[in-house]
Write a protein that binds this ligand. Structure first.
Ligand code: 5RP
Length: 228
């Protein structure tokens, strides 16, 4: 059922893709549904190119017949479609359970529009229950762990089997949990100020819209414009 909702949200978002676009491809199980649908549209004749937020998504897209460009040579993306671990009514999101949040944020920043796709279990009244991943330069691991603990977080180095998990960039991830989640904008500023922190899963001003599906019904949330 959750997979049906992931697929429904993903397919609704892919309807926004138009010929000629350069599309950002997110990472994770919901993004995989979007990639599959986009590949289907490409096989039906849609002409687009893509950039991917992870090696896994690049492989999936190429296997489906989508042309994937190296992002290093790309300055602007038309539309990026990505999953999330939590999304709230302000379109604040936590991302990064799949470890791709740094590339995801760069691609989101380069995109004229970013859409989050999710099943209803990701929709929350306020973000903060999900673990918050932080990508860290391995050189700075102990220092950054100390700084993160000083913010009041339980900071756990992500493992893959017996070894530390490594991102596509070769960095480590420290997952944070807070007894009481801090004010997100202040927390993001604090994380951004720690040398050795390369990225984190707080997406506070990147998300323009979200397609969330629950029991087969897809709702679209658009970022509210500030009054005036
Ligand atoms: C990867 C992400 C994913 O988009 C997020 O974890 C959601 O994944 P899924 O769709 O598998 O639940 O941020 O870094």
């Amino acid at each position: 059922m959750i997979d049906d909702d992931k697929k429904a949200a993903a397919e609704a978002a892919v309807d926004e893709v138009q010929g000629g676009m350069l599309v950002g491809l997110g990472t994770g199980s919901t993004a995989a549904f979007a990639i599959a649908r986009l590949a289907e549209r490409v096989r039906q004749g849609l002409r687009i190119e893509a950039v991917a937020t992870s090696e896994a998504s690049a492989r999936l897209a190429r296997t489906g017949g989508i042309t994937v460009r190296e992002f290093a040579g790309v300055a602007r993306v038309d539309l990026t479609i990505d999953g999330a671990d939590e999304i709230d009514p302000w379109l604040f999101a936590i991302k990064g359970a799949g470890g791709a949040m740094l590339r995801e944020k760069v691609v989101a920043a380069a995109a004229a529009r970013m859409i989050v796709i999710a099943d209803g279990s990701k929709r929350v009244a306020a973000i903060g229950a999900a673990k918050l991943p932080v990508e860290v330069l391995p050189f700075a691991q102990a220092f950054v762990t100390r700084e993160l603990a000083a913010l009041g977080a339980e900071a756990v180095l992500r493992q893959a089997g017996d070894a530390p998990y490594r991102t596509d960039q070769g960095n480590v991830v420290i997952d944070l949990r807070f007894a009481v989640f801090p004010e997100p904008l202040a927390l993001a500023a604090q994380l951004d100020s720690i040398p050795g922190v390369l990225g984190h899963g707080l997406f506070l001003d990147q998300v323009d819209a979200a397609y969330v599906a629950e029991h087969g019904i897809v709702s679209r949330l658009e970022r509210r414009q500030p009054p005036g």
